[in-house]
Design a protein around this ligand. Sequence first.
Ligand code: PEP
Length: 253
Amino acid sequence: MRRPFVAGNWKMHGTRAENAELIEALLLGLPGEVQVDIAVCPPFVYLWEVGRLLKDSSVALGAQSVCAEPLGAFTGEVSATMLKDVGVEYAIVGHSERRALYKEDDALVARKFVAAQSQGIVPILCVGETLEERESGQTMDVVSRQLSAVLDVAGVAAMRNAVVAYEPVWAIGTGKNATPEQAQEVHAHIRSAVAAQDATIAAGLRVLYGGSVKAGNAREIFAMPDVDGGLIGGASLKADEFLEICTAARPSG
Ligand code: PEP
């Protein structure tokens, strides 16, 4: 049985005061027995402080990216060692905004994945197609390519300590989510691609859906058999909404 996981990607939002308010409301609203793994991914500059606010709670700290290099002359970058040092447990790699805006290609994403794991940080590997790719019938090819780029470099065993997030680019921040059936189709494809190399690892791999998940649509998407939770952008900035999404991910619904 895969334990559901919900991660909030705050992107480039927040101030120290807003973060404190959000975390306070989140921790107050969390039920005693959560039944779901939960993480929040603030901008780098706030990781340490948010980590302190989360101390002794059941909410984990995640980063939105990680440098592929271990240390040295890489101005503006943050290494996996540094992330680990400030208590980070998860790192998003391959988010479509980084792929599109910062030209991070499959090879770089794979190196970031490996860099995160080298420090015991669990990568959340984002994959997903653009609208154009979906409309031209390339969804499965694109997702397979993005996944293989990592499997080829890291090996299937690395998937034991990783999470995959299917995030159709056309659904991110657009208010237009994939239907539960569309999500299930791609999630099953991802799991079977991993199963082709190791069925046990595939069965334990958590595959999250991301793209305009809200309190109002989370339950039906999370009900699909291969959807193990969500990577949540906009809705993770509102405590009530994020808490409702976390509740929707509970095995009991
Ligand atoms: C994301 O950025 O990973 C995301 C899923 O964003 P949103 O929920 O806002 O679509």
